[in-house]
Design a protein around this ligand. Sequence first.
Ligand code: FAD
Length: 342
Amino acid sequence: MKHFDVVIVGAGPAGCATAISCARRGLRVALIERQPFPRFRPGESLHPGIEPLLQQLGVAEQLCGHAARRFEGQWVQWNGTPRFNGFGTDDSGIWQGFHLERAQLDATLLAQAAALGVEVNQPCRARRVLTQANRVIGVDTDSGCLYASCLIDASGARDWLSRQLGLTTHNCSAPLVARYGYLHGYNAAYATTAHLLADPDGWTWIAQVGDRLLHWTRLTFERNARSVMLPKALQSLPAMGAMRGADVTWRLTPAAAGAGYFLVGDAANRLDPASSHGVLKALMSGMQAAQAVADSLRQPAWQVPVQMQYREWLIEGFARDVAQLRNFYRQHPYPPSWLPAN
Ligand SMILES: Cc1cc2nc3c(=O)[nH]c(=O)nc-3n(C[C@H](O)[C@H](O)[C@H](O)COP(=O)(O)OP(=O)(O)OC[C@H]3O[C@@H](n4cnc5c(N)ncnc54)[C@H](O)[C@@H]3O)c2cc1C
């Protein structure tokens, strides 16, 4: 029987950040990931706040070096004349985000986890949660049962553990599907800043994420809206791969920690990509959950207060992000009909 302090389902940024942070605290950790890497996942544009987190995880040098493509904010053509939304400045200068290949981010984080002694099982799928007396005690996987003092769900939008345990989730927007794709080519207008362009049906985001690679994401606020609206200058560029879609409905699982488990990253809550820091939140929640797990293993009497604190921290952060995004969408020339009045 294999027993670990922590078993983590999903090796995206949330799962790897949890694994690295738990291993650094001396915990015995197993990480299971259903897909072989490189896996496909959109989201190359990273908020500058990610740099100190990558430093704490010990991977900043590999990821934020000279080769990283930096950007200082985005042009928003929302209501009236286009305006530049910078990330901000401080004494050390202008804050800069990154465009980073997701495959590189995934591989670097996973290699760091493995180097710290995390047992990586990949490809390996979590099939069924194991419980005893209303407590999560492990997971049945493709390669057998893994038992753990704490199970972490980092399965992203699949909501694996929420479904297994039948946890309540709250939708805070209408059902939303983002369409996205890649274009082969270079356009100077998108090279140093990303663009977020409003139209009567929603918005389109465009960024030059690689030397010869542009990314676009389009979100329509209502069903039956027109789908893709790329600027004329990009319409002749060849597509790299097919257009894809992702469910980006704003969603929260309030019971994100309980007896023997924590949810991190998109599995705990998510917004649509206009909130622009899904990866940052994934890393932060993984690191926060690792601290909570270590505390409750050291002091079993702290388990319940630690779980409660983690849940409150997530709910408050999500409420702040929702308020900000609603406010942003209220300024859209054609705001979504499903926005509450205030
Ligand atoms: C169109 C689009 C554009 C985006 N753009 C950005 C952006 O520019 N910047 C940004 O910061 N964020 C962006 N995001 C959001 C970002 O991609 C996510 O917030 C981030 O990937 C969440 O990380 P995670 O680790 O929680 O989940 P994921 O990255 O989804 O990882 C979850 C992992 O769990 C694995 N898994 C699932 N089920 C199982 C199972 N049963 N057993 C084992 N493994 C399992 C999956 O295979 C996957 O590898 C975008 C999202 C979309 C849809």
